[in-house]
Design a protein around this ligand. Structure first.
Ligand code: DAH
Length: 339
């Protein structure tokens, strides 16, 4: 039979080997439980002579106390280990360098968009916004380009497969001009508005992108003429480019929704690009048929409209020569516009 010392030593080893509280409780049962080693030994005292029973009983009691103490020490140790492990896991290294947040910047085309809005707001224009998925009627028909009219092939259109709820064919708007009709039908017949936004055409090269931006302008009243267009647009261009060293030219052109129609060209009279005419916008006196589609009487309501490319304005302002730079997401290009 194991000596008392051996028994205590065995318990010490077993408790030390128990790595988790549940293991320790199993070991406790093995020594101190109802059928445990020590319990069995206490039961067997009954078979001994009185003198021997007393001596052996006293030793077993010492052993029991010793084993219980070892057990409690190990329990405390395991509890402490658990707390330390948790603290270690949750530790925060306050000496780590902080994570810096990189600063974003506005896209150059958006800068132009904001500038254009500011300039036109300052002379009393409202700013309107409208759908990029447009009905064929607003995009073409209302603007005096009826079905099969050659004007429709001037613009390579993205058609949407399904018609709208009313069965109307849908397109991705090829220009912001449908906003003239939408806005006039709600606000006319005396209004001043610009409508900047995204537009889409099947086109992709150094000067065209399938998605691009335009700003539409419309001024309607009883007596708004081409002279007002010249005044307003020239003033806009001078303020946009922050320069008086430029000339603006209105070159006769054709658009179905204006009559007369013009292409607006710009020439810098100083700086690196001086002496070259650069096309920046379409414009004109709104066609009587379009005024009628706004819901007004063309005898009583007159006005001008223009549609300018925001990429074009941005390229001229910053000297960017390839439009694809705007949409390739190259940070080396974009960072140059960060303030
Ligand atoms: N919508 C035309 C285009 O995208 C531009 C344009 C020309 C707009 C003349 C106008 C305008 O408002 O009067 O090519």
């Amino acid at each position: 039979m194991q000596s008392i010392d051996e028994l205590i030593a065995a318990a010490r080893r077993a408790f030390a080997a128990a790595a988790r509280p549940a293991d320790l409780e199993n070991e406790k049962a093995r020594f101190l439980g109802k059928a445990g080693i020590l319990t069995e030994r206490l039961k067997s005292l009954a078979r001994l002579e009185p003198q021997q029973r007393r001596e052996e009983g006293a030793r077993l009691n010492v052993a029991k106390e010793a084993i219980e103490r070892l057990l409690n020490e190990r329990r405390a140790q395991l509890a402490e280990d658990a707390v330390s492990a948790q603290l270690a896991q949750e530790a925060i290294d306050v000496t780590l360098p902080g994570r810096s947040r990189s600063r974003g910047g506005l896209h150059p085309v958006i800068r132009t968009w904001i500038r254009v809005e500011e300039i036109f707001r300052s002379i009393g224009f409202d700013v309107a916004d409208g759908p990029e998925i447009e009905t064929d009627w607003y995009n073409f028909t209302a603007l005096n380009s009826p079905e099969n009219h050659p004007a429709r092939s001037m613009q390579d259109t993205f058609y949407v497969d399904a018609p709208d709820a009313q069965g109307q064919p849908l397109v991705l708007r090829t220009h912001t001009s449908p906003m003239q009709v939408r806005y006039a039908r709600q606000h006319g017949p005396a209004l001043r508005v610009i409508a900047p936004g995204r537009t889409y055409r099947v086109d992709d090269d150094a000067t065209h992108s399938p998605m691009f931006h335009q700003v539409e302008g419309l001024w309607l009243d009883e007596d708004i003429s081409f002279a007002d267009l010249k005044g307003v647009y020239t003033d806009f261009v001078q303020r946009f480019f922050e320069s008086d060293d430029l000339r603006v030219r209105f070159r006769p052109s054709y658009f179905p929704f204006t009559e007369p129609s013009a292409e607006i060209d710009l020439m810098f009279t100083s700086g690196p690009r001086k002496g070259q005419w650069l096309e920046i916008s379409g414009a004109g006196q709104v066609h009587p048929a379009v005024i009628r589609n706004y819901g007004f009487d063309p005898e009583k309501t007159l006005g001008f409209a223009f549609g300018s490319g925001l990429e074009r304005l941005t390229m001229l302002r910053y000297g960017v020569d390839d439009l694809r730079n705007f949409f390739s997401g190259d940070l080396r290009f974009l960072r140059q516009f960060q303030e």
